[in-house]
Design a protein around this ligand. Structure first.
Ligand code: KG4
Ligand code: ZN
Length: 385
């Protein structure tokens, strides 16, 4: 086991980062990295609501302990990325098997980092959809087993509602209503968060999700999987205006997105260059692609926030860790007097802390699932099964 230090500092000035992101531990493939910042014996009282959260919807096996909704006592992530990189994308069967191998030790680490035992846990929160069915099932079965063995409530959580809830961790003052731009590998949504647990989708992608477009373009350019972080890095060396890629509009749906046109244009550009034997400047190509995607995301997020008169915009999901997106949306929010909320990158990509936060508000709203809870791979946002 390789142990590295990982800082958990928040680079965004709009977040008032508190000391509540105490124990972060990540594992890439079979190597682990961890940092433990000021875990103070959490001193739990009988009135505290302590959630053990589990997330296994895709390629990270994650567990976290959350105190009273917004204090992260531990956040353990075992990432399978190095394994899936060999195949150029997530292989569902491998994901399920890896989750089964990792889940028990990840939970044990989360409990021990938080300095609690299962006897301190008020309820178990678990992602039950959307995601890969075999992967989800590992987390759901584990959560049900613990809930049954310890006779504590089980709370199923929607993965995307978890991503949105990541914003509560470092922003103690954030309360609904607010607008959320959700940009992950499988989803691109503009969501009006009306209340805790109450969501209205006001825009969605008609084809590829933003993260999917990043991953497909990265593969075409030969950067490998996962594409987003690699494009983010390479784009810093490129000219974002080198190539003008199209920004699609969906007639009559001003807040819907479409990324397949941009993706096809990139593929056509690559084919044309190859046929004409023109050398491709990869940095310019990915910078121009990234700029087109960011333009589409930021312009819609800003106009929706203005139209709904909310004044607060949160970003969520893996693509929300993109450095150029964060910069652009920060500038646009400042120019339009919108308060921006953006989780630290560790809380943007898949993690269980966000699931614990969402589970807390579900628990407080009275949600309790039975031991017949099943994985729902295509669970809709706001849907309760
Ligand atoms: O939210 P997430 O971790 O998992 C899903 O729920 O899908 O998002 C994963 C997606 C991948 O498509 C990945 O390429 C993208 O987020 N991503 C990024 C960055 N980091 C992760 N995309 C752009 N820039 C990044 N820095
Ligand atoms: Zn996710």
């Amino acid at each position: 086991m390789e142990i590295q230090n990982q800082t958990n500092q928040n680079s965004d000035s709009n977040n008032q980062n508190s000391n509540n992101t105490n124990a972060i531990l990540t594992n890439t493939s079979d190597t682990y990295s961890r940092s433990k910042c000021n875990v103070q014996n959490p001193d739990l009282s009988d009135n505290d609501i302590v959630i053990l959260a589990i997330e296994t919807s895709c390629d990270e096996t994650a567990a976290a302990v959350i105190q009273n909704g917004r204090t992260v006592l531990s956040n353990v992530i075992s990432s399978q990325i190095a394994m899936h990189t060999l195949y150029g994308g997530v292989v569902p069967e491998i994901a399920s098997r890896k989750h089964m191998e990792q889940i028990n030790q990840v939970i044990e680490m989360a409990l021990s980092e938080a300095e609690v035992t299962l006897d301190d846990i008020t309820a178990i929160g678990v992602t039950y959809g959307p995601g890969l069915v075999g992967a989800l099932l590992v987390g759901v079965a584990e959560a049900k087993a613990i809930a049954y063995a310890k006779n504590i409530p089980l709370v199923g959580v929607h993965h995307i509602e978890g991503h949105i809830s990541a914003n509560y961790i470092e922003n103690p003052d954030l309360e609904p209503p607010f607008m959320a731009l959700v940009v992950s590998g499988g989803h691109t949504h503009l969501v009006l968060v009306k209340e805790y647990g109450e969501y209205e989708i006001i825009g969605r992608t008609r084809d590829d999700a933003a993260g999917e477009a990043f991953d497909k373009v990265a593969r075409a350019v030969g950067l490998g999987y996962p594409g987003g972080p690699k494009i983010d890095k390479l784009a810093k060396e490129g000219n974002l205006h080198a190539i003008e890629f199209p920004r699609a509009q969906v007639d009559g749906f001003p807040y819907d997105f479409s990324f397949s046109g941009i993706k096809s244009s990139v593929l056509n550009y690559i084919n044309t260059c190859e046929m004409k034997n023109i050398e491709i400047n990869k940095a310019d190509l990915v910078a121009s692609f990234q700029n087109a995607v960011i333009d589409a995301l930021v312009s819609r997020a800003i106009s929706a926030t203005k139209e709904y008169g909310i004044g607060k915009l949160a970003i969520a999901g893996g693509v929300a860790s993109n450095s150029a997106l964060r910069l652009s949306i920060k500038e646009q929010c400042e120019a339009n007097q919108i308060q921006l909320f953006s989780p630290s990158p560790i809380f943007c990509t898949d993690n269980a802390a966000m699931i614990g936060v969402a589970a807390y508000y579900e628990y407080m709203n009275g949600t309790r699932h039975g031991l017949d809870l099943n994985a729902v791979p295509n669970l809709k946002l706001g849907q309760r099964v």
